[in-house]
Design a protein around this ligand. Structure first.
Ligand SMILES: [Zn+2]
Length: 416
C-alpha cells in the first residue's frame, strides 16, 4: 500500500518534472579577470584600473571641452554671418540712396546745361535766368554755371565710386559668408566625430568602473582574511577543514542530472552544471553541505536567481559548492562568513515567487527546486573564469560527494 503510494508520487513528480524542468545557464554577472598572485599584486591591479579610469575620464573631459569650443566657434561664425547680412542690407540701401543722388545731380546738370544753352542763344531767358546786368556779369555767371556743372559731374563720379565700393563690399561679404558656411560645416563634422570619442571614453571609464568594483571586493576580502601583501592568495585564506559533505536539504528528489542534456527551452544540447533537487516547497531551509566560508553571493541573477557560493576544504581538497534559485538568502549572511553543515544559508525558491514563468526575475527555473553544484578549487579565488569553473565541476550526486539518490528517487535525511 505504502509502496504503491510512493510509486504514484514518483510518477507524479516525474510528470511534473517533464513539465517544469528547471534549467540553468551562465549567470548574468561579470567576472573579474585577475592575474594577481599576491594581495600586493592585486592592489597594484586595482591602482592600475583606477589610473586607467582617470585617464579615460580626463580624455572624455578634454574631448568635451573641444566640442564646447567648436560650438562656440559656430556661434561666433553665425553671429558674424548675421552681422554681415545686415551690412549687405545697409550697403544696398546706401546704393539706392546714391542712385537717387546721382539722378538728382544729373537733373541739376541738365538744368544747368539748358540754362547755358539758352544763355548762349538769342533768348529772352538770357537776362532772366542769370539776372545779368552787364556782359561781364553775364560772363561770370556763365562761367559759374559751367563750374557748377563740372562740380556736379565730379559729384556724380564720386557717387559712382561709392556705389562701386559698396558693390565690392557686398561681394566681399558674400564670399566671407561662403567661407563661414564652410567653417561651420567643418566644425559640425568635427563635433560629430568628437561626440563619438566622448561616447567611447565614457564606455571605457565604465568598463574600468566594473573592474575596480570587483577588484576592490577581492582586496577587501583578502585584507579581511589577514593576507599579507607578499603572501600567496591561494594559501593565505584559512577555511576550516571538514571530513565530508552532508546533503543541503532534509529531504528531496533528484529532478535533473548533472551532465549534457537537451535544453528544455533553448532546444540546444548543453551542460547542466549541477543537480536539481525538487520535492520541497518554496521557503524550505537550505543548508551548507560542509564547513567552509561564504565566497560569493549573487542576488536576483536573471538566470539563477539568488546564489550562494561556499568554499570548503574537505580532506585537504578545496571545493566550491553553489546553491541557486534561492527564494531568500539567510539574513545577514555575507562573504567571508564561516559556516558549517548546520548553517542555514537560505531557502528553496525557483517556483511561483521567482520564476519568470510566473512574472519573476529568474528566467532559468520553471518550478520550486534547489540547483546544487560542486566544483574543485575555489571559484573566484583559486580561479576566476566561468570556463575554469565549468572545467572543475563535479557531479555532486556521486557517492563520494553529496550522495543525492538517482533521478526520481527521494532522500529523507541530510546524512547517509
Ligand atoms: Zn539546475
Amino acid at each position: 500500500m505504502r509502496k504503491k503510494r510512493i510509486f504514484k508520487t514518483i510518477l507524479g513528480v516525474s510528470l511534473l518534472v517533464l513539465m517544469t524542468v528547471p534549467i540553468f545557464t551562465r549567470p548574468s554577472y561579470v567576472e573579474a579577470v585577475s592575474n594577481a598572485n599576491t594581495l600586493g599584486e592585486l592592489k597594484k591591479e586595482l591602482a592600475n584600473y583606477k589610473a586607467q579610469r582617470e585617464k579615460a575620464l580626463s580624455n572624455k573631459n578634454q574631448t568635451q571641452s573641444q566640442i564646447n569650443a567648436s560650438r562656440n566657434s559656430i556661434a561666433v561664425a553665425k553671429t558674424e554671418i548675421d552681422n554681415n547680412r545686415k551690412k549687405i542690407e545697409d550697403s544696398k540701401k546706401e546704393i539706392e540712396k546714391l542712385d537717387k543722388e546721382i539722378e538728382e545731380t544729373d537733373q541739376k546738370i541738365k538744368d544747368l546745361m539748358v540754362a547755358k544753352q539758352l544763355s548762349e542763344g538769342d533768348n529772352h531767358y538770357l537776362e532772366y535766368i542769370f539776372g545779368a546786368t552787364s556782359i561781364s556779369d553775364f560772363i561770370i555767371r556763365t562761367s559759374m554755371s559751367e563750374q557748377l556743372a563740372s562740380y556736379n559731374d565730379d559729384l556724380i563720379t564720386s557717387f559712382e565710386e561709392k556705389i562701386e565700393e559698396n558693390k565690392q563690399l557686398q561681394a566681399d561679404l558674400a564670399k566671407r559668408e561662403k567661407d563661414l558656411d564652410k567653417q561651420i560645416l567643418d566644425l559640425e563634422a568635427a563635433i560629430d566625430s568628437l561626440g563619438n570619442k566622448v561616447d567611447a571614453f565614457s564606455e571605457e571609464a565604465l568598463k574600468f568602473e566594473d573592474e575596480i568594483k570587483s577588484t576592490q571586493e577581492l582586496v577587501n576580502f583578502y585584507t579581511k582574511q589577514g593576507c599579507k601583501d607578499n603572501e600567496a592568495l591561494t594559501t593565505c585564506v584559512k577555511v576550516v577543514s571538514d571530513t565530508g559533505f552532508a546533503r543541503p536539504l532534509k529531504k528531496g528528489v533528484r529532478t535533473s542530472n548533472y551532465g549534457y542534456r537537451w535544453h528544455p527551452t533553448q532546444g540546444v544540447y548543453k551542460l547542466h552544471n549541477g543537480v536539481d533537487i525538487g520535492g520541497n516547497a518554496e521557503g524550505t531551509p537550505v543548508y551548507s553541505i560542509a564547513k567552509g566560508m561564504v565566497g560569493k553571493i549573487i542576488r536576483k541573477s536573471s538566470c539563477g536567481g539568488n546564489m550562494v557560493y561556499i568554499y570548503h576544504t574537505v580532506n585537504g581538497v578545496q571545493y566550491t559548492s553553489t546553491y541557486m534559485h534561492l527564494l531568500h538568502i539567510k539574513d545577514g549572511l555575507k562573504v567571508g562568513d564561516m559556516v558549517d553543515s548546520t548553517t542555514q544559508i537560505g531557502t528553496v525558491g525557483g517556483g511561483a515567487s521567482t520564476s519568470s514563468r510566473y512574472g519573476g526575475y529568474d528566467t532559468c527555473t520553471t518550478g520550486a527546486h534547489l540547483h546544487l553544484s560542486l566544483a574543485k578549487g575555489w571559484y573566484g579565488k583559486t580561479y576566476v573564469s566561468y570556463s575554469s569553473w565549468i572545467a572543475n565541476l563535479l557531479d555532486p550526486g556521486l557517492k563520494q560527494y553529496v550522495n543525492i539518490p538517482g533521478y526520481g528517487k527521494y532522500f529523507y535525511s541530510r546524512t547517509w
